[in-house]
Structures are given as structure tokens and as C-alpha cells.
Design a protein around this ligand. Structure first.
Ligand code: NAP
Length: 248
């Protein structure tokens, strides 16, 4: 699935699923904007892995909750590579707590990062996509929690469900320009985000997964790669789970 010379922004690419996506795209010849917000060292590690995979990348610090930072990411793509083909809105955080204990800050931070951040980046990317007249790809990292809800995750579930609504609306708005917009809904994937769960809870979750194991970042990256490619040209407005069958 070579995608030589395409240009992608991957938000939250310093670690976890975002890093795996950056590497998978680089392996197919995609030039990357590797975004992080705090963890510069980890982002440099991603860049090294991208280069080791034979790809090109630049590391750009940006907080996706800020519209000016989202603009900065898009400008970095255009200034370095003269175009933008793919936006992967992957940056995300959790601040879990049962609703009665959920603070206003924890509610807002999760909505700002997971939902508003994706909107900010999509808004910044749409103009170059339209100007280039070569279609485009927006891939939003939702979650099965956005479909099912989750105890202690009212903020996260609301943000991811919102992201699914955003995906479908943008898919309708942009379809006439051949810009596709899809959401990926991972189940439980082993990253820093889920490392905080107790071993007991991880065991319980694993037992509920029909395929009998938790996911790896690479499992998610393979779907993103496909959705970003020409092979997925006729798929838009969809939410596709990568969850070992957990949410069916
Ligand atoms: P992770 O390992 O915690 O990594 C999160 C990434 O997001 C980091 O690169 C982080 O950058 C970046 N980030 C956080 N806030 C940001 C901001 N304001 N601006 C820019 N970047 C920001 O998480 P993950 O597990 O890979 O998750 C990636 C995505 O998949 C998230 O959207 C998450 O909700 C979703 N997801 C994960 C799972 C799972 O089981 N892991 C399941 C379903 C969905 P720094 O390194 O600079 O902090």
C-alpha cells in the first residue's frame, strides 16, 4: 500500500497509538508532521523510528486545544512539504472519575482535548485540502467508550461520542470535495493511557474480549493506514471499531 510523497499530520504522535500510526505511515512513504504537546523527548524517539522506517518527519509542538496551535501544525506541513493529504486527530487524554466526583476542570480538559482539539485541527486542514483539489483524509480517534459509555468516563464518553458526531457532519460537508472523514474506535489498547489500570481490571477486561487479548497500537495503526490510503476512497462517515470484538 505505497503512499509515496503523501503528507500527514498525526496529533499526539509522541507515544502510544499515535507513534504506531506515524511509523506505519512512514513505512508506506508518507512524510510526517509528528505532533506532541509536552513530551519532546518521546516525540524525537518517534522521529527516529520514522527515519529508521525509511520515512521523513518533522516534530512540531502544539497544543491542539488552541486554534492557533492547530493552524501552526497545518502551516508546518505546508511550509515543509508544500501540501497536506492526511490529518489524523489522535491526541487524547483521560481524567476518569465517577460523575459525582468529576470536577469541572476534568470535564472541560477532556472535552477540550478529545473533541475541540479535533475540531480545531480539522478546521485548519480543510482550507488547504479544498485549495489543493486532490481530496483529503481526516481520521478521528474515537473509542468504543463513545459508543458504549463507561463507568467513571462520563467526560471521555461524551467527548468521543461528540467526535463521532463531528466525524459524520464533516463527512457530509466535505464529501463533494472527495475529502473523506472517518472515525476509528479502539477498544482496550496497551499504552500509557491504559497502563494505569490495575492488573485485576486488565484481567477482567481481557476475559470479555472475544479475540482473547488486549490490542496493540499497531492493530489500530493498520486500520488508519487503510483509511488514509486510496483504497478507502469510497468510505466516509464511518465508525470502525478495532477492539477484538468487544463492542459488537
Ligand atoms: P497516550 O499513550 O496517553 O498518548 C497520548 C498522546 O496525546 C501523546 O502523544 C500526548 O502528547 C498527546 N496529547 C495529549 N494532549 C494533547 C494536546 N493538548 N495537544 C497535542 N497532543 C496531546 O494515549 P493512547 O492510548 O496512545 O491514545 C491515543 C488516542 O487513542 C487517544 O485519542 C485515545 O483517547 C484513543 N484511544 C485509546 C485507547 C486505549 O486503550 N489506549 C482506547 C480507545 C481510544 P505528550 O506525549 O506530549 O503528552
Amino acid at each position: 500500500m505505497r503512499m509515496e510523497g503523501k503528507v500527514a499530520i498525526v496529533t499526539g504522535a509522541s507515544r502510544g497509538i499515535g507513534r504506531a500510526i506515524a511509523i506505519a505511515l512512514a513505512q508506506e512513504g508518507v512524510n510526517l508532521v509528528i505532533n506532541y504537546t509536552n513530551n519532546a523527548e518521546a516525540a524525537e524517539e518517534t522521529l527516529k523510528a520514522v527515519e529508521a522506517a525509511g520515512g521523513k518527519g518533522i516534530v512540531v509542538q502544539a497544543d491542539v486545544t488552541k486554534p492557533v496551535d492547530a493552524e501552526k501544525l497545518v502551516k508546518a506541513a505546508i511550509n515543509n512539504y508544500n501540501k497536506l493529504d492526511i490529518l489524523v486527530n489522535n491526541a487524547g487524554i483521560t481524567r476518569d472519575n465517577i460523575a459525582i466526583r468529576l470536577t469541572e476542570n476534568d470535564w472541560q480538559a477532556v472535552l477540550d482535548t478529545n473533541l475541540t482539539g479535533a475540531f480545531n485541527c480539522a478546521k485548519a486542514a480543510i482550507r488547504p485540502f479544498i485549495r489543493q483539489r486532490q481530496g483529503g483524509r481526516i481520521i478521528n480517534m474515537a473509542s468504543i467508550i463513545g459508543l458504549m459509555g463507561g463507568v467513571g468516563q462520563a467526560n471521555y464518553a461524551a467527548a468521543k461520542a461528540g467526535l463521532i458526531g463531528l466525524t459524520k457532519s464533516l463527512a457530509r460537508e466535505l464529501a463533494s470535495r472527495q475529502i473523506t472523514v472517518n472515525a476509528v474506535a479502539p477498544g482496550y489498547i496497551d499504552t500509557a493511557m491504559t497502563a494505569v489500570l490495575s492488573d485485576e481490571l486488565k484481567e477482567t477486561i481481557t476475559k470479555q474480549i472475544p479475540l482473547g487479548r488486549r490490542g496493540k497500537p499497531e492493530d489500530v495503526a493498520q486500520l488508519v493506514l487503510f483509511l488514509a490510503s486510496d483504497r478507502a476512497a469510497y468510505i466516509t462517515g464511518q465508525v470502525i471499531a478495532v477492539d477484538g470484538g468487544l463492542a459488537m
